[in-house]
Design a protein around this ligand. Sequence first.
Ligand SMILES: [Zn+2]
Length: 61
Amino acid sequence: MICSFCKKHQNEVAVLVVGPDVSICDECLFICFDVVKEHFYSTEKVVKAHENTIKLMEIGG
Ligand SMILES: [Zn+2]
């Protein structure tokens, strides 16, 4: 399997999350998460709903 975003092979990355038609590596996940997080922080309700996810991601990053 390769990352659908950066085309790195699963052996080249730490984690590869595989979906039905796409896969994403940990590096691209964090890039995407930064974008999503900015959106989250502009919407307080969404921040609350995803608080734990954001914490987990920040520990990892
Ligand atoms: Zn990638």
